[in-house]
Every structure is written in structure tokens, then in C-alpha cells.
Write a protein that binds this ligand. Sequence first.
Ligand code: UFG
Length: 322
Amino acid sequence: MALKLIVTGGAGYVGSVCTARLLEAGHEVVVVDDLSTGHADAVPDGARFVEGDAAEATASLLGEGFDGVLHFAAKSLVGESMTDPAKYWHGNVITSIRLLDAMRDHGTPRLVFSSTAATYGEPESSPIKETSPTRPTNTYGASKLAIDHAITSYARAHGLAAVSLRYFNVAGAYGSYGERHTTETHLIPLVLQVASGNREDVKIFGDDYPTDDGTAVRDYIHVVDLADAHLLALQHAVAGEHRVYNLGNGTGFSVQQVIETCREVTGHPIPAAVAPRRAGDPAVLVASSDRAREELGWKPERADLTGIVADAWRFAQERRNA
Ligand code: UFG
């Protein structure tokens, strides 16, 4: 069934890939983005684009009648969330509650929300299930968890069909859509900047973690597999319920392994230097996505790290030559 949807943050990395996949599946999409971190030219052709605040602009559109909202727009820098928390409580929490109010007022039936592994904090056991304790160690994760709680109560009280997807480490690219952060903090794009000649070396944040090679382990998921989970979430959302799903491949790779894979893919030696641990970084974050597999029928098709890095590398080179 073709749906009429609003995608907040559709000019950003995950939002633009998801918009492209929604359009390919035959859905009608209006992208709302304030372009604070997104790029107007990342909005896929075929989507209508409204520049504005995720809550305000969406509220003024909802009267046109929509089947659902996919809410990607957010502040998402962990470090910044600790030095400027107001930006996260206002920009993420208050904005999302205003969005929920507008959806309630207009009777918009479905919501898919971008939550995060950061809601769990330092895990007690691995892999992380949705039933694991949520004890975020940074304001970014706390702000996303607060929104998850708000969604639960709005879904129960107002019959909203809601799904939160807790992303682990998203990477890779899709066609001309990929990661283009002005302030880049993520491992794979930073390592690829070294291979592109835009950075001298990569810093390994800590080599004394209790892992096989001493560097931190993460669960890297291809952005297309992640986007496709959103399409499944829209189909499986149930009125009056808020469902939460972890999205990762269930396999961890260390920082050293990621750098080695980038060397293999790019053919560049990629110098790396050990630096102190980054504050608040857990040693290991690996998802159990059993619930998404069982309830959504989600199956990652691009789980191979080499393929994920190769897509990110192709995208980085195309942007350089553009
Ligand atoms: N790292 C380095 N050097 C770098 C950059 C990162 O060693 O230059 C390490 C980090 O310390 C971490 C790993 O590479 O161990 C991955 O770091 P990223 O910054 O790419 O990703 P994070 O795991 O920190 O963050 C991701 C999401 C966040 C989310 C978090 C959940 O990007 O949005 O998972 O903990 F909050």
C-alpha cells in the first residue's frame, strides 16, 4: 500500500537514504529539514522539500492528511551533548514532543523514530537486547531515551502506531546518498579521509580495552539495511503500541579491524596512532536484532564489513571528484 509520509531530517545521512528507498517502494514523501546539518542537494528527486523546523513545519503540513511521520531530524554529536546539553533537551526532546502533539491533534496514525544504541549506555551483557537496562552515559542518549518514553505514553493514550529503531553504528552509502557531516566524528569516514589524502592519520581512541586487540568493538550496519527496516516498521506498526527494535548485524569489529578493512579496500597504508580513550566510550556495543528479525521479518543483506566500507569509499571518491 502506498503511503503519504513526512520524513523529518530527510536531507541528512540516514534520512536521505531512507527517503530514496521509500520513493522506490512507491510511497509519497515530503521531506522536512532545517538544513542545520543536512544538505538541500541530498533530498532525493521525487520528494517534495519543505525547509523548516521538524515540529513547526510538520505541524503546518499535517492538516493535508498524512499516513505517517518518520522522525530522523536530531542533534546527534555525543561530545557536544555533554558541553551544550540545552541543544539536545530542546532540539531533540522538546521538538519531538511538539511533533507528537501535532500528530495527536491531526490524528496522524504512524510514527517511526530514530532511537539509538546510546540509550543503553555501558552494557551489562552482550549482545544488547531491547530488554537490557537503559542507562545512557551521555546527554545525546538520554535525550533519545526521554523521547522513547514520551512516544510510549502518546501511543497508549492516543492510539498512535509507533516504532523506535535503535541504531548501532551506521555506515556505508547508497548511490549519491551518504555521510557528509561538516563536523565528522565517526570512525569509517574519518579513516577514509586519510585514504583520500585529507587527513594525516587516524587516532585510535584507546588500545587498553578488554577486547581481543585492545581497541573498542562496534556493530557496523549498512545504511541501506537500516533504511529498509524503516519500511518494514511502517508496515508492522500497531495502533496503540510502541515497539522498540535494535538494529545491528550482531557481529562486532574492533577499531583496528575497521582500519585494516579500510586499508584493504582503499589500498592506502592509512597511518594510525594510538591516542587516549574518548570519554564515555563503552568497550563493546553489539546488537541482538532477534526481535527485528522475528517481528519485522528484517534480514540484513549487506552485513559484510568490506562491502560496507567499499560503498562508503566509492561515495567519498565520487564526492571528491564531483
Ligand atoms: N574512534 C576512534 N578514532 C576516531 C573516531 C572513532 O578510535 O577518530 C573509535 C571510537 O572511540 C569508537 C569507535 O571508533 O570506539 C566508533 O566510533 P564512532 O564515533 O564512529 O561511533 P560511536 O560508537 O561512538 O557512536 C555511535 C553512533 C552514535 C551513538 C553511539 C552509541 O554514531 O550516534 O554509537 O554509543 F550515540
